[in-house]
Design a protein around this ligand. Sequence first.
Ligand code: MAN
Length: 483
Amino acid sequence: MAVRVAALGGRSLGLGLLLLLVAAAAAALEVKRPRGVSLQNRHFYEENIPFTCLDGSKTIPFHEVNDDYCDCRDGSDEPGTSACPNGSYHCSNAGHRSEYIPSSHVNDGICDCCDTTDEYNSGATCLNTCKEQGRKERENMQKMAEMAKEGFKLKQQLIEDAKKSREDKQLKLAELQKEKANWEIQVESLRTVKEAAEKPEQEAKDTHKNAWDEVQAAHNLEKNKAKADETFKELDDNEDGFITMNEIQTHPELDSDGDGVVSEQEAETLLGGVSQVDVASFQEVVWAGIQDKYKSENRQSHVPEKEGTEEDKMPAYDEETQVLIDVAEKARNEFSEAEKSLKEVETSIGSIEKELLVDFGPDGEYAYMFDQCYEMTTNEYVYKLCPFNKVAQKPKHGGSETSLGVWSSWAGPDNNKFSVMKYDHGTGCWQGPNRSTMVKLSCGRETMVLSTSEPSRCEYLMEFSTPAFCQEGVHDGGDHDEL
Ligand code: MAN
């Protein structure tokens, strides 16, 4: 039986006290008092004694109480009529929970109280549904109480599991820290091995490269000389074995003052201050000065450029160098494998440390949700809650996931901190805040998202049931004022 008892501050009471109150409520029906007055207030309305308005504003003869004329400003003289706009009518509702209704609802033709007493003179036909309602509510409360009991039992297991898992994690952490120290030593020694192997490797590679550079330089020199020879032949129009100023002047691209013509003076300068040169002087003195500008008369050069041919490619390393390279390569691989293992251990340590720092409730009862996700599908979206991690929304019919926030903190009121979870810094909302979600917890056998809503744009609310929220003897762990 549920009875609202204001004087007890709305706290839940034991079954014994509850039954006592039911009996008292039934007895109250027999106590004489004006219509609409509660048992508790009965003593303000003593028969034949002048009545003082409950706000003290006025005293009237007793027979003016409920005379359908409003005398008191607070409406307290007319609890059982609709004369005062602000009065309160008390229905006892035997069999169910008593309640106050605005006295303006008295005899308005609408049945408000389940015991029908508010419609005593309106002609409305009301059925007394208190027993039925009371029964249903009791059944419901019974079910809730059973659920709370079961949930609370499950919670004990969750707490135990969390304790065990925390201990396991701490052990694992210690183990990983040892592993980390070992890997650090390994990495350092393999670094030394690697560096020791890389030194001779680099030297051998440099030697090989230098030798190759020399070969190439010699080859280039030869090529250049061949080109100079060819050019000499081209320029030596009369084939007398000398290049003269005239012959130079037939090549306007060799002009140096930009007038498009090679003057005699310019030709003489190019020839190194003499009027003609033989092939040796051409090679030594002239060629270097003209090779960049000179355009061959013959499109098809006799000495073709050999770019990209085998000749330009550095030959394979000799066996000895290759052995050094292989040894260094092996050392590099071993070093980077060890480094990788060290990083992996560090990552594992990081994630365990992070988990150990999360506040999983007074007794760790919420720890089991870590690494889990719970989904709920609505018409449009699939909502996903991954406790202590994130909340997301994904369109049901394709499209990418939108973050509705990442784990921030417990955000219930001071006296019930672990009743609400807050997730924020989600995907930005167009012309609005970053998305965020409040998750309101309730007691239930199962861990599941019960509902999702968006009370204001991009601010979401989820209802989430979990045995971890169940409390002994309280059906929903929350703050309720009903018995
Ligand atoms: C998407 C969803 C909605 C949200 C709007 C805001 O459609 O994330 O929940 O209200 O964006 O633009």
